[in-house]
Design a protein around this ligand. Sequence first.
Ligand code: B12
Length: 273
Amino acid sequence: MSERHTPGSGEAPARTGVVRPYGDMTGDGMVQVSFTLPVRHDKRAEGAALQLAAKMGLAPALLVHAKAMGPDHTFFVVYGSVTHLVELDKVEVVERDFPLLPAKDVNATIKRTLRRPLVVVGACIGTDAHTVGIDAILNIKGFAGEKGLEYYSEITVVNLGAQVLVPELVEEARAHRADAVLVSQVVTQRDAHIANTTQMSAAFREAYPAGRVPLLIAGGPRFEEGSAGALGVDRVFGKGTTPGEVASYLVHALCGPADRAPARQPRPERKSA
Ligand code: B12
């Protein structure tokens, strides 16, 4: 065990070595997990939940909640001591690779490098109607104390709202000559977020000449860090993203560092579409 730490004790938490979850005291390994089994709620179902807990490495485990979810399913909460250890030295972290800029620097950089407003088109695609996340990034009211992209004088925002079909998104991106397309995917049932995002990026690659595809950004609470390449997009943003991070990334990707030439060329005049 590395350094001992009690929450609120003022001691520095461990940053290296091996740790276990904290429940009542350091190193007791206590965790709580919830899951549903496709079995009717009875004593056998509760035994099944404890068997699963044991196989997940919870020993001893306590069944603290079991509730029938209809006639054929049961929801469980299990609390127990996990036998596994966390090796902090082996944790891999994806660090942000661009600087966070204040709004005035974002605006100034766009003005200087693009010499016109940067256009973003945003939408929830597929059947997804969860607009709160994309609105948090785009709408002027913003999120977590930060103003949304509409607040930036040099960013033009076109928010298409919910349940936008990919062909419509491509058409709107073309019509508004989008520099960046921001899609939100909150529903992840049956990996809908992965299928929809992949379909979206493929449609843009097909609709635009190579090298002219707008910057493609996907966001939502369950995107995996580092999955952008597999999804065919330039970047994914996960839970807790703030508008300032997105604005800074837009400048990083589309305008280059403040003292260098634009990473992407200023957009040429649109030919008749
Ligand atoms: C509010 C809500 C609704 C509202 C949505 C209202 C609206 N206009 O958005 C209503 C009631 C309509 C709704 C409906 C449904 N919902 Co709902 N809903 C929620 C709830 C409670 C909150 C979501 C939310 O607003 N979060 C707050 C925002 C700010 O967070 P966020 O979306 O994560 O966004 C942040 C980041 O992810 C990121 N981000 C998000 N998008 C983007 C995009 C870009 C470009 C970028 C850069 C960043 C970014 O930035 C944001 C700010 O940090 C969640 C549960 C939860 N607590 O999360 C369930 C939840 C998302 N809903 C769920 C479900 C299942 C549904 C329904 C299918 C229920 C049903 N059977 O009818 C329907 C689906 C409707 C549809 N067609 O999409 C499930 C999804 C399960 C899954 N994993 O797929 C959840 C998780 C609830 C649950 N635990 O089961 N829902």
